[in-house]
Design a protein around this ligand. Structure first.
Ligand SMILES: CCCCCCCC/C=C\CCCCCCCCCCCCCCCC(=O)SCCNC(=O)CCNC(=O)[C@H](O)C(C)(C)COP(=O)(O)OP(=O)(O)OC[C@H]1O[C@@H](n2cnc3c(N)ncnc32)[C@H](O)[C@@H]1OP(=O)(O)O
Ligand SMILES: Cc1cc2nc3c(=O)[nH]c(=O)nc-3n(C[C@H](O)[C@H](O)[C@H](O)COP(=O)(O)OP(=O)(O)OC[C@H]3O[C@@H](n4cnc5c(N)ncnc54)[C@H](O)[C@@H]3O)c2cc1C
Length: 661
């Protein structure tokens, strides 16, 4: 990238960077070698001509766009397969996926959930049967859980799997319209298999929801098998190429061994054997929620790179009347909009890495029959997924708005990035629903703290606060982290007290819960913010890096802490010992941090190391040729391929002529 002829503003910005951009790239990637491998892989992918679109996707019809995405998905799969064989390297397909598809792959659910569920929910025999086929793409699958009538409340799913001991088969049925599966990615026209989550019935008795692996299309003709009704759900706000679909069964039979039985089992005679914990059936969702936190980091870095580079190139208005128009990046309001995006991406990455470790530890424990840490993992993954996805959506939109009119252009790629980022707020557990799951855990933890019990590490601050809620405020990063914990503890206590108040007024627990649920949701958000702050600050101070880089990383981490303290200063005034003077000091600190980060802004986004092919943006490319690219892309419009469009003779001219009469 270094030899590209760049916009002079970007050249100047890069020259004033105070740290070594390569050092940060290596740190993010996990080492110099990892960067080399990543770059070699990406170079290979993006030099495949067939993966490059001649016509921008946006001009294609819905059908052509889908077919083009499938074409590219198959080529990408082949190239990756060869690459893995040749270099014995497992590449990150999600990152290049943004470059290849712009939007999302029709195989997203195959990779993200179908294969993962076979691993997480299948017995060793079932894995031996299905996994090699799924990994080689001999079969292509998705995860079909959500129905027209139910997405959040999965105990309410209506698809039935009734066991027939005579034939040792399950009979799948969707008797009502609301029971039809609705949303699964790839289901529309791509997959031939799916994991179907259905209510198990044996001898007329319900045994709750279980996962089944089901072939729905013929492997040769791709026609739906008899008894299967399947199709695509149509255009959406984003995710256009994900090929989301619907599915219903009518007396469709599958062998007994197609129920994934790592947890619960159905024996030949119809005996139901319970698993260690029925919630383990929800395991794939926990894994994906963890992954979404990582995805939020990537999505945020895409938007930040585009908006910061554009803001360095764009000049508009003046700060001083007699001086030239300034780079819009020099407006402190612009820095306020953009630097939190850079900081958030680092925070999400650090927290993802921490959460992944917890996830892997709990998986190891579960393999040995220990489930003590499962509730804590579930609660933590729920609230972090909810808050990170919401933050990422807001940050991406703020970056788009920060690019003014050009941010509204599809060619900026910001509308598309927003489309797939904001979807993470809803899928894999709607945000409020997940926050309330965490609130259940917090309320239990609060009760345990009141009883003097030892709490799990992520909530131990509740006991500390009970012992001493009067800690003096300190304007240091550690002091701020403590402050976030005080806010969270104060909100948990207030929500708990509100439930108790309603119970005393004669409400039953469930109604009292619903009445207090706004407070519960806010308590859960505050808990999440305290984890984001504590973990990210902890990770940064443990980072080993050169003094220059460390200084910049600390500035970003502090910016995140101070930004969110100021954003939620009302909560701090209510629940901590912060004073108005402390807030004034923090405001000053915030302005200092924006000024300190300003010279490094372009270097920081360069360090996300996102190739132009991944960014897909007229505004965000490495060379900063913004206006040239906007014009080049505009000229690709089919309307610019002819000097007069047929509609003139057909409609406009007759209209004008009629007006003359
Ligand atoms: C990732 C691993 C780390 C390793 C590192 C890997 C490296 C990866 C590299 C790069 C990653 C970068 C990016 C990756 C991005 C991943 C992308 C993957 C692509 C995915 C695309 C996805 C598209 C979308 C797919 C979908 O949307 S699928 C459908 C999702 N649906 C939902 O989420 C439904 C939400 N609803 C629910 O989960 C449940 O209904 C409910 C809300 C939890 C309620 O359930 P239920 O009614 O049964 O429970 P309650 O009666 O309310 O009781 C609750 C009690 O149960 C406990 N509980 C609930 N759930 C769980 C659980 N999952 N685990 C444990 N315990 C659970 C709860 O705590 C309650 O306990 P109690 O004691 O209080 O009673
Ligand atoms: C782009 C995209 C891709 C998807 N891909 C898949 C897929 O591949 N496979 C799959 O199975 N599903 C998929 N889904 C479905 C997704 O998982 C669900 O849409 C999601 O879980 C939310 O459920 P819902 O649609 O039923 O929302 P609802 O639950 O109907 O939410 C509507 C409102 O009700 C509120 N609400 C609901 N329950 C409660 C409660 N208990 N307390 C308080 N408020 C509540 C919510 O907060 C929300 O405000 C996808 C969805 C999207 C958008």
């Amino acid at each position: 990238m270094a030899n590209v002829k760049c916009n002079p503003d970007l050249v100047r910005e890069r020259a004033k960077c105070s740290f070594d951009v390569n050092e940060l790239i290596h740190l993010i990637d996990g080492g110099e070698n990892a960067t080399k491998e990543k770059r070699h892989f990406e170079e290979t992918i993006f030099s495949v001509k067939e993966l490059q679109d001649a016509v921008p996707e946006e001009y294609l019809s819905h059908k052509d766009r889908y077919e083009n995405a499938v074409r590219k998905a198959t080529i990408l799969r082949d190239v990756c397969r060869e690459y893995m064989k040749k270099y014995n390297y497992k590449p990150n397909r999600f990152r290049v996926g943004h470059g290849v598809f712009k939007d999302v792959s029709p195989f997203l659910l195959h990779d993200g959930m179908f294969v993962a569920t076979i691993i997480g929910q299948g017995t060793p025999e079932q894995q031996a049967e299905w996994l090699p086929k799924a990994e080689n793409m001999q079969i292509i699958g998705t995860y079909a859980q959500t129905e027209l009538g139910h997405g959040s409340f999965i105990r309410g799913l209506e698809t039935r799997a009734t066991y027939d001991p005579k034939t040792e088969e399950f009979i799948l049925n969707n008797a009502t319209l609301s029971s039809f599966k609705w949303w699964p990615g790839g289901l529309g026209s791509t997959v031939n298999h799916c994991i179907v989550v259905a209510q198990l019935f044996i001898n007329g008795k319900s045994y709750g929801i279980q996962p089944f692996i089901v072939q729905i299309r013929d492997l040769n003709t791709h026609k739906p098998l008899p008894g299967v009704k399947v199709g695509e759900i149509g255009p959406k706000m984003g995710f256009q190429t994900a090929n989301n679909g619907f599915l219903g069964f009518e007396n469709f039979r599958i062998p007994r061994m197609n129920m994934l039985m790592k947890n619960a089992q159905v024996l030949k005679d119809g005996t139901f054997v319970k698993g260690m914990n029925e919630k383990l059936t929800y395991g794939t969702m926990v894994m994906v929620r963890v992954g979404i936190v990582g995805d939020c980091s990537l999505n945020t870095s895409l938007a930040a790179t585009i908006a910061v580079r554009y803001s360095a190139v764009r000049h508009q208005s003046k700060i001083k009347a007699k001086e030239p128009e300034v780079q819009i990046l020099d407006y402190v309001t612009q820095q306020h909009k953009l630097f939190i995006a850079i900081a958030s991406s680092h925070v999400f990455r650090n927290v993802y890495s921490w959460l992944s470790k917890s996830y892997l530890n709990v998986m190891k424990d579960l393999a040995q029959g220990k489930q003590d840490h499962l509730p804590e993992l579930h609660a933590t993954a729920c609230c972090l997924k909810a808050v990170c996805s919401r933050d990422a959506g807001s940050v991406v939109e703020e970056c788009r708005l920060a690019c003014g009119g050009h941010g509204y252009m599809t060619s900026s790629n910001l509308p598309l990035v927003y489309g797939f980022t904001i979807a993470t707020v809803t899928y894999e557990g709607e945000q409020t629903v997940l926050l309330l799951q965490t609130a259940r855990y917090l309320v239990k933890a609060w009760l345990a703290a009141l009883q003097g019990k030892v709490l799990a590490p992520s909530v131990s601050y509740l006991s500390d606060w009970l012992k001493n809620d009067n800690v003096r405020w300190q304007n240091t990063p550690e002091g701020i982290v403590k402050g976030f914990q005080h806010v969270a503890a104060g909100k948990v206590k207030a929500a708990y007290d509100t439930i108790q108040k309603y119970i005393k007024l004669g409400k039953d627990y469930e109604d009292a819960w619903n009445l207090a649920s706004v407070q519960l949701m806010k308590a859960s958000e505050a808990h999440s913010r305290s984890i984001l702050c504590e973990v990210s600050w902890g990770e940064v101070i443990r980072t080993s890096a050169s003094p220059n880089l460390l200084q910049v990383l600390k500035q970003l981490a502090q910016l995140y802490l101070v930004y969110w303290t100021l954003e939620t200063s009302g909560d701090f005034l209510v629940y901590s010992n912060i004073s108005k003077d402390d807030i004034a000091i923090l405001r000053e600190k915030y302005e200092e941090l924006l000024a300190a980060i300003r010279p490094n802004a372009v270097g920081l986004v360069d360090a996300f190391d996102l190739r132009d092919e991944i960014l897909h943006s007229t505004l965000g490319s490495y060379d900063g040729r913004v206006y040239e690219r906007l014009m080049e892309e505009a000229l690709k419009s089919p309307l610019n391929q002819e000097s007069v469009n047929a509609s003139f003779h057909k409609y406009l001219k007759p209209l004008m002529e009629k007006a003359k009469l």
